[in-house]
Ligand binder design. Structure first.
Ligand code: PRP
Length: 213
């Protein structure tokens, strides 16, 4: 019997786009489109098993081998530096990691900057490269509230369309790094299921290059 290739998909909008990409290169699993409470879906003919996991947990499943491959944002890879192989930029889920502040904010470089973020490692590295002293305020969501309520001076967060910033009278001050979704693999699976993983990677690469030309 053929061994399944186990794929962790990030639940939500990104996961749906990414699944459509897998489907279009022959890794379809029709039941995934029919049931929205189930978390595991298999297509025995193709030899693929998908799991829906929380986007920030994809790297945990892949690093520990519960999934052979998965799709995670570059933001998660930079923040948690999991011990996995990064195989491919999937050129989707494009956004950027940025510093944002209330419109009209003027920074005083002589003062410690209060930074609210979910991405404390990314923020710490960014400011330490600049030799800037910061007071880190780690939050878990709705980061945009922090400078509005005077909890922080700036935020470090994901900006996609810019709508959340605009609606809260914030603006981008600096872009730290562009972000997109990456195909990642468990290191042992990459040895033991090398042919399956390479075939999947090549097909997606091919699809992406067709889309570009
Ligand atoms: C992310 C991010 C911003 C928003 C940016 O939040 O933290 O709040 O998306 O998108 P936009 O530029 O298109 O408005 P998410 O929805 O992941 O929720 P969070 O509040 O838990 O961070």
């Amino acid at each position: 019997m053929k061994e399944f290739l186990n794929i962790a998909l990030p639940k939500g909008r990104l996961g749906e786009k990414v699944y459509a990409m897998f489907e279009s290169v022959g890794y379809d699993c029709p039941s995934i489109r029919e049931n929205n409470r189930k978390l595991i879906f298999e297509n025995e003919t193709v030899g693929v098993r998908y799991f829906w996991v929380k986007p920030s947990d994809v790297t945990i499943y892949v690093e520990r081998g519960a999934a052979d491959v998965g799709v995670a944002g570059k933001d998660i890879l930079l923040e948690y530096t999991p011990d996995v192989y990064e195989l491919l930029d999937m050129k989707t889920g494009n956004c950027r990691m940025a510093v944002a502040a209330p419109v009209g904010f003027r920074d005083d470089p002589a003062r410690t900057l209060r930074v609210a973020t979910k991405f404390s490692n990314i923020a710490r590295n960014y400011y330490s490269e600049q030799g800037r002293e910061i007071d880190m305020i780690k939050l878990n969501g709705s980061i945009e509230l922090a400078p509005i309520l005077g909890l922080s001076d700036v935020i470090v967060d994901i900006v996609e369309t810019g709508t959340t910033l605009r609606e809260n009278r914030l603006e981008v001050v600096e872009t730290i790094i562009p972000i997109s979704a990456r195909l990642i693999a468990n290191k042992a699976s990459y040895q033991f299921k090398n042919e399956q993983i390479r075939r999947l990677t090549e097909r997606i690469e091919q699809k992406l290059s067709e889309a570009e030309s």
